[in-house]
Design a protein around this ligand. Structure first.
Ligand SMILES: C[S@@+](CC[C@H](N)C(=O)[O-])C[C@H]1O[C@@H](n2cnc3c(N)ncnc32)[C@H](O)[C@@H]1O
Length: 444
């Protein structure tokens, strides 16, 4: 049956989709997460939160649709580094996600000291989780909330109706008024983030203090009047967010702060309501608006597509705010390179920071292992041992991790510990040739 896109069951079944996927949404790479949960974004946002707190007093943060919880983990650290005492409530519409978040060891530790807590929360039917000034984080959230489709061709304007019960979806564009939030647009097909606008209005009426909403999402790619709207389907459905239309929909309740350069790949926007915020505005000009995360991701893509020298790789790492995932993906290249002493010291420093910032979360790449073998390769043996141990805890007793850990202990002169590790390895893989050879060598 044809329905307006904004009223389609696509959007109402998001909760069920995320509930069914659980943490597999992220661990199996179904839903993207690196950009919106990276340490650099947390660092930029901590600066904005600190400035907002200067303007309005102590704030509570609400991460709406917290996903893996990785952003809150980085943000808690970045806020503490700035001496901003702020409590973060991790929320989701899917209760199974919250159960998983509460079990995550680093978040559980933060919860034990009351730095974070957990609550179910529907962005579209919010409960009042906090009083006073609140910062709401909406990362890859607005793209999952309802969107309407509109089209202009010359003087004619239409609204998009869709039947998602058939494959491919059947679309029909029926004559309809053009929304005022798209005023000034030429011919094309447009997605209007009506769900995000509803959420922002609902948050405004639910919370009593000044609000800052930090929204990180992909933007919109222009579509001609002959093309269908662009909706990504990865288990759930998501749409690029037309932030310009959203800003028009929610003014004057909210004032929008926009990035200097628009992007359809990744954008950070701020929406402010209920306060004058000179410090925030200054922080926005200084950092928030500069698209740091986007340019980091672009630089990363360029590195992957080229053969950078060591100093280029190290200069890139300097910009990542200690991002373990980016370093792990570059680790093979760094191991293959020849480093002078100063470069090796710099890389060990990056490995130590990245190990410290690693958010324990099973994913396709064993990040601690990649960091560990790189530290091992550089002769930073204690660091390597710590990182192998982290890998064992996160990804289980892999023979190569155990073998490398034993070799690192042995190289540090800790034969007894090395033997213990080899015995664990042989308990899992009794005929492991290297392990048997090592025991024999040590016995002799
Ligand atoms: C694409 S994920 C983003 C997760 C995380 N913020 C990130 O950046 O990786 C969308 C998240 O929003 C949650 N979600 C979907 N609809 C929601 C709603 N109406 N209210 C609150 N959370 C919602 C999903 O369960 C999921 O955790």
């Amino acid at each position: 049956m044809l329905t307006r896109l904004a009223e389609s069951e696509l959007w109402t079944r998001q909760k069920a989709v995320y509930e069914a996927l659980g943490m597999r949404a992220w661990s199996d790479g179904v839903v993207p997460w690196r950009a919106t949960t990276c340490p650099l974004l947390a660092d930029v946002e901590a600066g904005l939160v600190a400035a907002f707190a200067e303007d309005v007093g102590p704030v509570t943060l609400v991460d709406v649709g917290a996903g893996t919880g990785r952003l809150a983990f980085h943000l808690a650290r970045a806020l503490a580094a700035r001496d901003v005492p702020a409590h973060i409530i991790l929320t989701d519409v899917a209760p199974s996600n919250l159960e998983a978040l509460a079990r995550q060891p680093q978040l559980a530790q933060l919860a034990a000291t009351n730095r974070v807590s957990f609550a179910t929360f529907d962005a579209l039917a919010p409960t009042r989780l906090a009083r006073g000034p609140v910062v709401l984080l909406a990362h890859y959230l607005f793209d999952t909330l309802p969107h309407a489709a509109h089209r202009r061709r010359g003087d004619e304007t239409f609204e998009g109706l869709v039947d998602v019960a058939v494959e491919p979806w059947r679309w029909s564009f029926e004559p309809a008024p053009f929304p005022t939030c798209l005023r000034g647009r030429g011919d094309g097909t447009f997605l209007v983030p009506v769900g995000a606008a509803r959420a922002l209005e609902a948050w405004r009426s639910r919370f009593d203090g000044p609000l800052l909403v930090l929204a990180a999402d992909k933007g919109v790619e222009p579509r001609s009047a002959d093309e269908l709207p662009l909706l990504a389907r990865h288990g759930s459905t998501s749409a690029g967010v037309d932030f310009e239309a959203l800003a028009a929909l929610v003014e004057p309740t909210y004032r929008a702060l926009a990035p200097q350069q628009p992007s359809h790949v990744f954008a950070l926007f701020a929406f402010v309501s209920g306060a004058t915020t000179p410090s925030l505005e200054q922080a926005w000009r200084a950092r928030g608006s500069r698209g740091e995360v986007l340019s980091l991701l672009e630089a990363f893509e360029r590195l992957l597509g080229s053969e950078p020298d060591v100093s280029t790789l190290l200069a890139f790492l300097e910009r990542t705010a200690g991002d373990p995932d980016l370093l792990a993906q570059l680790a093979g290249r760094l191991r293959a390179a020849t480093l002078d002493e100063a470069q090796a010291r710099t890389l060990v420093r990056h490995l130590a920071t990245a190990g410290d910032r690693h958010f324990v979360f099973p994913q396709q790449l064993d990040v601690p292992f990649e960091l560990a073998i790189t530290a091992h390769h550089l002769g930073a043996l204690e660091l390597a041992c710590a990182l192998y141990t982290l890998s064992l805890r996160e990804s289980g007793a892999h023979p190569s991790t155990l073998l490398n850990l034993a070799l690192a202990h042995e190289a540090l002169g800790r034969r007894a510990q090395a033997k213990e590790v080899i015995e664990v390895l042989l308990a899992h893989t009794p005929d492991h040739p290297r392990a048997l050879a090592l025991l024999e060598q040590w016995a002799g």
